[in-house]
Design a protein around this ligand. Structure first.
Ligand SMILES: C[C@@]1(CC(=O)O)c2cc3[nH]c(cc4nc(cc5[nH]c(cc(n2)[C@H]1CCC(=O)O)[C@@](C)(CC(=O)O)[C@@H]5CCC(=O)O)C(CC(=O)O)=C4CCC(=O)O)c(CCC(=O)O)c3CC(=O)O
Ligand SMILES: NC(=O)C1=CN([C@@H]2O[C@H](COP(=O)(O)OP(=O)(O)OC[C@H]3O[C@@H](n4cnc5c(N)ncnc54)[C@H](O)[C@@H]3O)[C@@H](O)[C@H]2O)C=CC1
Length: 215
């Protein structure tokens, strides 16, 4: 069994080449655009949704089959045609160029796979079965979708602003560490869940910081 390394990759403004324009490519593109990637698709046909993304200028499309040379300059590659041989060729060219590649038809030919994803603002939960059962991954994802409260989004926005403020204000690593640990223990998530949370002003944040600097 391949033990994949889960990492969070910053794809903002990075060019990603997707070969094939069917239902699978459409799903991969939706995740890529959400992550701010610049998508270039090469395929002799497109789903209606992909065609409308092209029309809106949200991705580019080359209306032809894959040809060697198409992957040059890519940050990542997705081989998502319904032709295993073509996907294989795409994987080989990616390898030669040292670009990581995802192969939709037979994952083992590529070197990364796509997890099911749940997002709540800054929170990302990714589910993978290491390729054992994509539908099982989707079902587990749905369980998490139900379980993860919408309040995680404002909660993490709050944690983020507090963390930035603490890092700006505190030059001592020891005090900073103490404050960040106390921030982690602050129970504002429940207040957000039950609607009793009152937003903190920058002054409120500074008062909390001053009150919690000491051991
Ligand atoms: C290995 C992986 C590689 C990759 O795609 O990156 C892969 C591979 C393959 N999937 C196949 C089939 C299906 N995949 C789905 C759905 C999803 N597949 C996804 C991921 C992955 N699929 C990666 C592993 C993830 C993990 O670790 O668990 C999800 C989670 C994420 C996403 O795609 O965005 C998304 C659900 C998202 C959601 O709903 O939220 C459905 C259901 C549907 O289409 O509705 C079916 C049909 C039912 C079935 O076959 O089970 C086939 C067989 C092709 C054939 O032989 O015909 C292969 C090829 C192979 O097994 O090598
Ligand atoms: N990884 C995953 O999540 C899943 C993978 N699959 C696999 O992925 C493959 C693709 O699935 P779908 O998108 O549903 O197929 P599809 O038949 O809807 O789309 C295939 C696309 O590839 C294009 N294509 C064909 N030859 C090409 C070439 N030489 N160059 C560029 N583009 C080319 C077609 O024009 C079409 O747009 C399936 O054959 C299956 O093996 C299927 C389901 C889920």
């Amino acid at each position: 069994m391949t033990r994949y390394l889960p990492i969070m990759l910053d794809c903002e403004k990075q060019q990603v080449v997707v070969i094939g324009g069917g239902a699978v490519a459409e799903r991969k593109v939706s995740g890529l655009l959400e992550a701010g990637a610049v998508v270039k698709m090469i395929s002799p046909s497109l789903t209606d949704t992909l065609a409308s993304l092209v029309k809106k200028g949200l991705m580019t499309w080359h209306d032809r089959p894959y040809a060697p040379g198409d992957l040059r300059g890519a940050f990542l590659v997705y081989a998502a045609t319904n032709d295993r041989t073509v996907n294989e060729e795409v994987a080989q060219e990616s390898r030669r160029l040292g670009i990581h590649v995802n192969v939709a038809s037979h994952a083992e030919a590529g070197d990364f796979i796509t997890p099911g994803v749940v997002r709540r603002g800054r929170l990302t939960v990714a589910v993978s079965t290491s390729g054992a059962g994509p539908l099982a991954a989707a079902k587990i994802k749905n369980v998490l979708e139900e379980a993860l409260d919408a309040a995680y989004e404002p909660y993490l926005d709050f944690v983020h602003s507090m963390r930035i403020r603490i890092k700006e204000k505190e030059s001592s690593a020891e005090v900073r560490g103490r404050l960040l640990r106390k921030l982690g223990a602050l129970d504002v998530l429940n207040e957000m869940k039950n609607g009793s949370f009152i937003a903190w002003s920058p002054e409120d944040m500074d008062v909390w910081i001053a009150d919690h600097r000491a051991e």
